[in-house]
Design a binder for this molecule. Structure first.
Ligand SMILES: NCc1[nH]cc(CCC(=O)O)c1CC(=O)O
Length: 353
C-alpha cells in the first residue's frame, strides 16, 4: 500500500504515551471519523432531523386585492392581500407545513392610541383567518396577540404618561384574542409580554366556550434589535417611540426566562416560545430541559434578514445556512420553529427526502 503522508502507525506505538516513540503517541483505536465516512453512515448516526412538521410559516397581510408587496429588509418575503394569503395557505398545505402565523400591516388611517382596530372582528387578520379556514380547514392558524400593529405609537400596549399600562392592556388583549378565536384561529399567541395575560386570555376563551383554542405563549421574549425588519413589515418601525424594555426581557437574563415560562404554564399555556431564536438557543435548551413542554423558537426577521442578505451578496451559501440554522433549533431542544424560511426549507426537505 502506498503511503503518501508517512508510515502507518503500528499498534504498539499507541500505548507509548510518554512521547519518546518514533511518532507522537496517538490513541488511534478510537476514530470518530469512521462514523462520518459516507452519507449513509452519517445518516445512521444523525441525532436530530428537521421535518416539515417542525415549521410554522409567518405571513404578512395587507389590505386590497391580488396584491403582493415586497418588504425591502426581508428579501423574498411579501405583504399579501387576503386572497394571496389563501394562495400561500394552499402552498403550505402542499408542502405539509402544519401551521401559519398571521401578522397585519394595518393602514395608518386605522391606527390610534388605543389600537382599537385590534378588537375589530372584521380586521385584516380576522378576514384572513376566515378566508383561509373556508378553503383549507385542515391547516393550523396561529394569531399573534399584541397591539403594536394597531397603535399609532407602535407599542404593544396602552400608554399613559409614557408608561405601558399592564392590567388595562390585558383587558384589551383578551378582546383581541376573542375576535381572532371567533374568526376561527386555532392558536392564540400572546407576544405582548404583559403580566397575567395568559390566564386572562384562557379565562376569556373558556368563558366563551372556545375550550379547544390553544395558547402558545411568547413566554421568554427579549427586547431585541433583531425585530427591526418585522417592524418595517408591519409599518411600526417609523412610528415606534422609545423601546420595549419595560415589558420585553433583558437579553442578559436566563433565570428570568424560566420564571416567565413557569408562570405562563401555570396560567394555562399549552405551548411556550422563546424569541428571538439563534442568539437565545441556550434559553431554548434550559426551557426544554426544565419544563419538558412543547417548546418553540422564533427565528425572527433580523435573523432571516442577515442570512438572506449575506446569501444575496454571495457571502455564504444561503440554502445551507438556512438548513443549518433551522436544525440548530432542533438540536437545542425545540419542537418547532417559526421561520420566514418555512416554504423554502419545506421545498428543500421535500426534494431531499
Ligand atoms: N409584539 C409583536 C411582535 N410579534 C412578533 C414580533 C417580531 C417578529 C420578528 O421580528 O420576526 C413582534 C415585534 C416586537 O415585539 O416588536
Amino acid at each position: 500500500m502506498a503511503i503518501k503522508y508517512g508510515r502507518p502507525i503500528e499498534l504498539r506505538e499507541v500505548s507509548r504515551r510518554d512521547g519518546t516513540g518514533a511518532s507522537p503517541a496517538l490513541d488511534l483505536t478510537v476514530r470518530p471519523r469512521r462514523n462520518r465516512k459516507a452519507e449513509w453512515a452519517r445518516r445512521m448516526v444523525r441525532e436530530n432531523v428537521l421535518t416539515t412538521d417542525d415549521l410554522i410559516w409567518p405571513l404578512f397581510l395587507i389590505d386590497g386585492n391580488n396584491k403582493r408587496e415586497q418588504i425591502a429588509s426581508m428579501p423574498s418575503v411579501e405583504r399579501l392581500s387576503v386572497d394571496q394569503a389563501v394562495r400561500d395557505a394552499e402552498r403550505a398545505m402542499k408542502l405539509t407545513i402544519p401551521c401559519l402565523a398571521l401578522f397585519p400591516y394595518t393602514d395608518p388611517s386605522l391606527r390610534d392610541e388605543e389600537g382599537s382596530e385590534a378588537t375589530n372582528p372584521n380586521n385584516l387578520v380576522c378576514q384572513a383567518v376566515r378566508a383561509i379556514k373556508k378553503e383549507f380547514p385542515e391547516i393550523g392558524i396561529l394569531c399573534d396577540v399584541a397591539l403594536d400593529p394597531f397603535t399609532s405609537h407602535g407599542h404593544d400596549g396602552l400608554i399613559s404618561d409614557g408608561k405601558i399600562l399592564n392590567d388595562e392592556t390585558v383587558a384589551v388583549l383578551v378582546r383581541q384574542a376573542l375576535v381572532q378565536a371567533e374568526a376561527g384561529c386555532d392558536i392564540i399567541a400572546p407576544s405582548d409580554m404583559m403580566d397575567g395575560r395568559v390566564a386572562a386570555i384562557r379565562e376569556g376563551l373558556d368563558r366563551t366556550g372556545l375550550l379547544d383554542v390553544q395558547i402558545m405563549a411568547y413566554a421568554a421574549k427579549y427586547a431585541s434589535a433583531f425585530y427591526g425588519p418585522f417592524r418595517d413589515a408591519i409599518g411600526s418601525a417609523k412610528t415606534l417611540t422609545g423601546d420595549k424594555r419595560t415589558y420585553q426581557m433583558d437579553s442578559a437574563n436566563t433565570d428570568e426566562a424560566l420564571r416567565e415560562v413557569e408562570l405562563d404554564i401555570a396560567e394555562g399555556a399549552d405551548m411556550v416560545m422563546v424569541k428571538p431564536g439563534m442568539p437565545y438557543l441556550d434559553v431554548v435548551r434550559r426551557v426544554k430541559d426544565t419544563f419538558a413542554m412543547p417548546t418553540f423558537a422564533y427565528q425572527v426577521s433580523g435573523e432571516y434578514a442577515m442570512i438572506a442578505a449575506a446569501a444575496n451578496n454571495g457571502w455564504l451559501d444561503g440554502d445551507r445556512a438556512m438548513m443549518e440554522s433551522l436544525l440548530a433549533f432542533k438540536r437545542a431542544g425545540a419542537d418547532g420553529v417559526l421561520s420566514y424560511f418555512a416554504p423554502k426549507a419545506a421545498e428543500k426537505l421535500r426534494t431531499q427526502g
